[in-house]
Structure formats: structure tokens, C-alpha cells
Design a protein around this ligand. Structure first.
Ligand code: MN
Length: 243
């Protein structure tokens, strides 16, 4: 009996040592693989089509302070977005668009009120669900970080180009990071309620530069608002949108 236990413990400890050695030598690969699996699972879970309804706000209204105030969230999410959703629902009612997803309406609706309200409903759903409470030195990791470096040279260079696009957009609209038909990352400017999906791209991350997004907190200082937003991006949520 004692011999049996001795052999058992000996066997287990050798196995344990083997696992430790494998993990130590293949650590990078194992972590990379686990991250990839997590990304695929999250993508499958999140990649649902959107119905014409208010998206869930995944944090408290004051969670993004001081970057975006509770008052701005209450107006922007509670009033502006609610209005886009209500208008979209009433315009789509009793038409061929009534049973379509918001994404499908954005792709198919002719230019005009239906498209504008579908675009803004989709834009704001993506926008509000890509944020979290402020983090210092906030930056993407893993797969998305690699893709950004491949496309723009570095994360810093990406931020520079994205902020430039958002700051120089004339009037109301959005700056977007999206994947084109070949899954390459691109930055685009979209006027008014435009969304990259309209041109066949997959929207990943967007900054709203309509004045209602920042005027209460930053008045006319759009550039300061854009700069502050880097602290609140939930890069895991953004990565989960990648194809
Ligand atoms: Mn807005």
C-alpha cells in the first residue's frame, strides 16, 4: 500500500513538473491561443443582429466620469438615442423594413429619414457599448493590438490619425475604425448618421462628433474631448467585433 502511494505521488509530481516546464517554455503560445479562443467566443456571443430597440447601457450613467459626465449620458443615451430609436420604429412600422435588423436597414434603406435614424441607432449602440470606466495607459492587447500595428505602424500613430479624422470632420458626424472587405483596418469619416456598414465595412470603434456628444462637458473643445475618450475605450469589446 505504501509503495502504491509512493508511486502515485511520484507519478503525479512528475506530471506536474512536466506541465510546469511546458507552460514555462510555451507560455507565449498558450496565452496567445487562449486569447484567440476567448475572442472567437466573445465575437460569437456579441455578434447578434440588432432589433429596433434601445441597446443596454453596460455601466452606470456616471461610470465614464470625468471623461463623459452623467448629465451627458442622460441626455445623449436617454434623450437623443431614445428619439432615434422611437423615430426609426415609427418610420419602419407597416413597411418592408419592419422585420429587418437595424444593420439590414442601414445597408438597404434609401438615403433619407429611415436611413438616418437607423444609422444613428446602430452608431449609438456601438458607441455606448465600447466604453468602460477610465483606465490609465489604456491600450488594446493581443490580436487587435497586432492588427492596429500592422495597419498604422503603432498604436500612437493610429490614435493620431483617428483623432485627426474626428477633429477635422466638418459639421456633425462620426470617425470610425472598421474592417474593409479584405479585413484590413481603415479609418473613415462619416457625415451625419453614416456608418461604415453602408459601404460594406465592418464597424469596430466610433467617436461621435455631433456637438450633443461633448458640448455639456467640453463646450467647443472637440479636440480635448477626443483626447479624453482614449481613457474609456473598452478595447476587449472593440476586438470582439472583429471578423
Ligand atoms: Mn450622438
Amino acid at each position: 500500500m505504501i509503495v502504491f502511494f509512493y508511486r502515485l505521488i511520484n507519478f503525479i509530481s512528475w506530471k506536474f513538473l512536466y506541465v510546469v516546464i511546458i507552460f514555462a517554455t510555451e507560455k507565449e503560445e498558450i496565452i496567445k491561443h487562449l486569447r484567440l479562443e476567448k475572442r472567437i467566443l466573445t465575437h460569437l456571443k456579441n455578434n447578434k443582429i440588432m432589433k429596433i430597440q434601445m441597446p443596454i447601457l453596460p455601466y452606470e450613467a456616471n461610470a465614464l466620469e470625468p471623461v463623459i459626465s452623467e448629465q451627458t449620458i442622460n441626455f445623449h443615451y436617454g434623450k437623443h438615442l431614445q428619439n432615434y430609436v422611437n423615430t426609426l420604429a415609427s418610420l419602419a412600422k407597416d413597411t418592408e423594413y419592419a422585420d429587418m435588423s437595424v444593420e439590414e436597414i442601414v445597408e438597404k434603406a434609401p438615403d433619407g429619414p429611415l436611413f438616418n435614424n437607423a444609422g444613428q441607432t446602430l452608431n449609438h449602440a456601438l458607441y455606448f457599448q465600447q466604453f468602460r470606466s477610465p483606465v490609465k495607459d489604456n491600450a488594446p492587447k493581443g490580436f487587435l493590438a497586432d492588427a492596429i500595428c500592422d495597419a498604422f505602424g503603432s498604436f500612437e500613430e493610429f490614435k493620431k490619425q483617428f483623432a485627426q479624422a474626428a477633429a477635422t470632420l466638418f459639421g456633425s458626424g462620426w470617425a470610425w475604425l472598421s474592417q474593409d472587405a479584405n479585413n484590413n483596418l481603415v479609418i473613415t469619416k462619416e457625415a451625419n448618421g453614416g456608418n461604415p456598414l453602408r459601404n460594406g465595412n465592418n464597424p469596430l470603434f466610433g467617436i461621435d462628433v455631433w456637438e450633443h456628444a461633448y458640448y455639456l462637458d467640453y463646450q467647443n473643445r472637440r479636440v480635448d474631448h477626443i483626447e479624453a475618450c482614449w481613457d474609456i475605450v473598452d478595447w476587449d469589446a472593440v476586438e470582439a467585433r472583429m471578423k
